[in-house]
Design a protein around this ligand. Structure first.
Ligand SMILES: Nc1ncnc2c1ncn2[C@@H]1O[C@H](COP(=O)(O)OP(=O)(O)OP(=O)(O)O)[C@@H](O)[C@H]1O
Ligand SMILES: [Mg+2]
Length: 636
């Protein structure tokens, strides 16, 4: 659009475009000052307008400001040299520019965003890597053995450090194996079956698997597993919980509870049988006296007596197992005790069995019942012999052993010093199943009449009652070691007790009074008769209170013979204590079939007190009476 104006700035002519642009008619425009349309024109002067592409703001009829470009030219040849301005509407271009600028900003924003995004992208990649490492770390350092195996090939795909440590393989070795390789031979079939039945996706927990470690040891494990997809293929993630130790302790607890229960039962039976045997024995001896001239009756009685003796042997071992035998503990030097047995052992074993003794000089001392110890060793040696039908060598060795708290727990013993006597053979060995039962009374694998199954039971009971333990390690086909643990005796605390005097004193007593206390009426009657036969006048009572009443009436007596366990509130030992308080020099014989160490050691060390183990024969009673009366006379 064009405008023509004179030196005074009055418009002379306008183009049609200008009319439309400024919204004035040509007539209205002519004579108007140029500054009405371009307000900055005079201020910025011609010189500026003369520049090409100067930008001005034009004002239209309605006051709208519109950006324009103004170009000034001089029209030659016209009167008064009028000026010509060419005006170009910039608003469209401006809009374009603005939108361009907007797009540029937008683009920049987008670019920034993109940049930001890609930074974030970078971060999350790093995170991902971090997480993977973190989880890898957790897997690797998990204290429980863990692995991943392929469901298709059963090959191990990943394995953690705990598994390497527990199973003893290197990572390469582990990853070259399959699940079957860590199972013991016999259990691969069960594994196959189990894998077949596992829902491939499920979580599974299965107990009591046995795994084999590299050194061939079997461990017991509970398995937790879960299906996963690993590198695109189905796999299972496994955690193996080693329960070997837990199972062992549980089994140990069960076993010791069982042994206690059987012990009580056995002890009870043995006690009752002892009383029965007592009666049979006493009456047989009575019959023998009555029929002294009848040869046939004597023979029958002798047969019956030897059976009673066998029965008594059985009940003695049963009581030993039940830890209810009365032990006469003495300080024992195992070395001399065992070497003194050499002859006895040689006699009990065949020609093709050799016994080797390895007992060091510095072996500690122990304090146990020597005769029970001897019979324990004999039992172990005979077992070893029976396990070697084709001959071999039995090694009896002794060692000093200090048990720390952990080991003591395993052996159910207090920690401390022990002497261990090992009896080792190279015989048949004992199977895993049998090993569970060998300590139980009457468990035997020997033919009828060959074994009673009380040998090890007796040794076990003896060991326990003496404050020790019995341990057995055995392998089928290679042999057995039975270890008898006995507590060390610290010498400074006690001096060796005197050996009991030898028996065989001849009795020729005047008629003396005996207070006899026994609750079983048959035994009481029988003993009364025996005592009368031995020249005593027996006064019998059935329990403590009646015995004390009888004692008050009698005033003084020459001897007390009492059962230890009695009904109605007073034990034999209490009766003994009350009577010796009044008659300190009185000889006392206690009878017991069921002693749970009711007698304290000082009582047993007193030579005028004797403990007679039921069942006993008349000659045992005689000998006991001789012993206590002679000691009483000595002391008096
Ligand atoms: N040294 C051993 N080698 C192999 N097996 C043994 C050994 N010692 C014990 N046994 C097994 O333990 C079982 C029980 O032994 P235990 O001594 O208690 O009874 P027994 O020897 O059978 O009979 P008993 O000792 O009463 O004559 C035996 O029958 C045998 O199977
Ligand atoms: Mg035996």
């Amino acid at each position: 659009m064009l405008l023509l104006f004179d030196r005074n700035g009055l418009i002379l002519a306008a183009s049609g475009g200008a009319e439309a642009f400024f919204d004035y008619s040509a007539d209205e425009l002519i004579g108007k000052e140029i500054e009405t349309l371009l307000p900055e024109f005079r201020r910025r002067g011609h010189s500026e307008a003369a520049k090409s592409h100067a930008e001005f703001t034009a004002i239209s009829r309605h006051g709208t400001a519109i950006p324009v470009e103004v170009r000034l030219g001089i029209l030659d040849g016209a009167s008064g040299d009028p000026f010509l301005v060419t005006i170009t509407d910039l608003s469209a271009r401006k809009e374009l520019e603005i939108s361009l600028k907007h797009s540029r900003l937008e683009m920049e924003r987008l670019r920034d965003m993109l940049a930001e995004k890609s930074v974030k992208l970078g971060h999350s990649e790093e995170n991902l890597r971090n997480n993977r490492e973190k989880f890898r770390y957790l897997f690797e350092r998990n204290p429980l053995p863990m692995w991943l195996y392929s469901q298709e090939t059963l090959r191990f795909l990943e394995v953690n450090e705990a598994a390497l440590n527990r199973y003893g393989y290197t990572r390469e070795e582990f990853l070259s194996m399959t699940l079957q390789d860590i199972r013991p031979e016999g259990e691969v079939e069960r594994l196959r079956k189990n894998l077949g039945s596992v829902d491939r996706d499920s979580y599974q927990r299965s107990r009591n698997w046995r795994h084999r470690t590299k050194d061939g040891k079997l461990i017991e494990v509970d398995i937790f597993s879960h299906a996963v997809v690993y590198e695109g293929a189905p796999a299972r993630m496994v955690v193996a919980l080693d329960v070997t130790e837990r199972n062992t302790t549980e089994a140990q607890l069960r076993r010791s509870q069982k042994m206690d229960a059987i012990g009580q039962l056995t002890g009870g039976i043995a006690h009752d049988f002892n009383n029965l045997l007592m009666i049979i024995l006493g009456n047989l001896e009575g019959i023998a006296d009555e029929a002294a001239d009848n040869h046939r009756i004597r023979e029958m009685v002798d047969d019956a007596l030897s059976s009673v003796a066998r029965g008594a042997g059985l009940t003695r071992r049963m009581l030993a197992y039940a830890r209810q035998q009365s032990l006469e503990a003495r300080i024992v030097d195992l070395r001399s005790q065992v070497s003194e047995m050499a002859d006895l052992l040689a006699r009990s074993l065949g020609e093709d069995i050799r016994v080797e003794q390895r007992l060091p000089d510095d072996l500690w001392k122990t304090r146990v019942d020597p005769s029970q110890l001897e019979s324990a060793i004999l039992n172990l040696v005979v077992n070893a012999r029976d396990a070697m039908p084709h001959g071999g060598t039995i090694v009896i060795s002794g060692r000093n052993h200090t048990m720390d708290a952990t080991e003591a727990l395993v052996h159910e013993l207090p920690a401390g010093d022990y002497i261990v006597l090992d009896v080792k053979d190279t015989g048949t060995g004992i199977s895993r199943e049998d090993l569970e039962h060998v300590l139980e009374p009457f468990f035997t694998t020997k033919p009828v009449n060959k074994g009673t199954g009380l040998g090890l039971s007796m040794v076990y009971g003896f060991a326990k009652q003496s404050g020790g333990q019995l341990g057995i390690t055995s392998e089928l086909g290679s042999g057995t070691v039975v270890s008898l643990y006995l507590p060390r005796f610290h010498e400074q605390t006690e001096t060796t007790a005197a050996e009991p005097p030898a028996s065989g004193l001849v009795h020729s007593g005047p008629r003396k009074t005996v207070l006899l206390v026994e609750d079983d009426s048959s035994i009481r009657k029988m003993l009364e008769r025996q005592l009368n036969h031995l020249g005593y006048e027996a006064f019998a009572a059935e329990d403590g209170p009646s015995a004390m009443a009888l004692y008050e009436r009698l005033g003084e007596i020459d001897m007390l013979i009492s059962d230890v366990v009695l009904p109605n509130g007073m034990s034999g030992v209490e009766i003994g204590a009350q009577i010796t308080a009044k008659q300190p020099a009185i000889p006392v014989i206690y009878m017991s079939g069921y002693t749970r160490n009711e007698l304290n050691q000082s009582a047993l060390n007193d030579e005028k007190i004797f403990l007679l183990q039921k069942p006993f024969r008349r000659e045992d009673l005689t000998r006991a009476i001789q012993l206590v009366t002679s000691s009483a006379t000595k002391q008096a």
